[in-house]
Design a protein around this ligand. Structure first.
Ligand code: ADP
Length: 191
């Protein structure tokens, strides 16, 4: 299964990706995690993107293309993947299609986790306390939400136009949301 997970910052996208990975045994490809790892290791990529991510801005599309192309080309992605945090712009969605076309492995389903803005602010404040991520302060969050509305929300329409998008309600417990996603994927939740 080749799955793209979409959702605003704080929608629970990363959490659901981790639960799905456990359930489905697919690799979790999180561009945010790849970037944070590069920053931690102080690689050239990490140094180039540190300031951008700390402001809640998007890393340039061409930088992301190289990173994603390399990751999707690895053997473990051959039997499917859960892509989390990419694509975040229409341009990235087109690049992703081109990469996957070359590999003859197109996106099969895009799932958008829908959560309202008030709930997201509450969740992010909690996460900021728990994890201490430098891009989780309230100001940066506001910026990330704005960037999401402007640049990433249209990506959902891109997949809807292709008949690949399903919206899933992001409220309730993590297991509630997981069950909704598994039913979209037609995986029996009891397994
Ligand atoms: P969240 O899931 O909380 O929205 P991520 O962990 O996916 O955040 O990403 C953290 C930061 O990494 C983003 O705010 C952005 O700066 C950068 N980033 C991650 N993925 C991309 C992408 N596809 N394009 C551009 N920047 C990205």
């Amino acid at each position: 299964m080749r799955i793209v997970l979409l959702g605003a910052p704080g929608s629970g996208k990363g959490t659901q990706a981790a639960l799905l990975v456990e359930r489905l045994g697919l690799p979790h490809i999180s561009t945010g995690a790849l970037l944070r790892d590069a920053i931690k290791r102080g690689t050239r990529l990490g140094l180039a993107v540190k300031e951008i991510t700390e402001k809640g801005e998007l890393v340039p599309d061409d930088v992301m293309s190289d990173l994603v192309k390399e990751r999707l080309g690895r053997d473990d992605a051959a039997d499917g993947f859960i892509l989390d945090g990419y694509p975040r712009t229409l341009e990235q969605a087109k690049v992703l299609d081109a990469i996957l076309e070359e590999l003859a492995r197109p996106v099969e389903v895009a799932i958008l986790i829908d959560v309202d803005a008030d709930q997201i602010i509450k969740r992010i404040e909690l996460r900021a306390e728990e994890e201490g991520r430098s891009d989780d302060t309230v100001d940066v969050l506001r910026n990330r939400m704005r960037v999401y509305q402007e640049k990433t929300a249209p990506v959902a329409d891109y997949y809807a136009d292709r008949g690949l998008l399903t919206r899933v309600l992001g409220s309730g417990t993590r297991d509630d949301v997981l069950e909704r996603i598994l039913s979209v994927l037609q995986v029996d939740a009891a397994n």
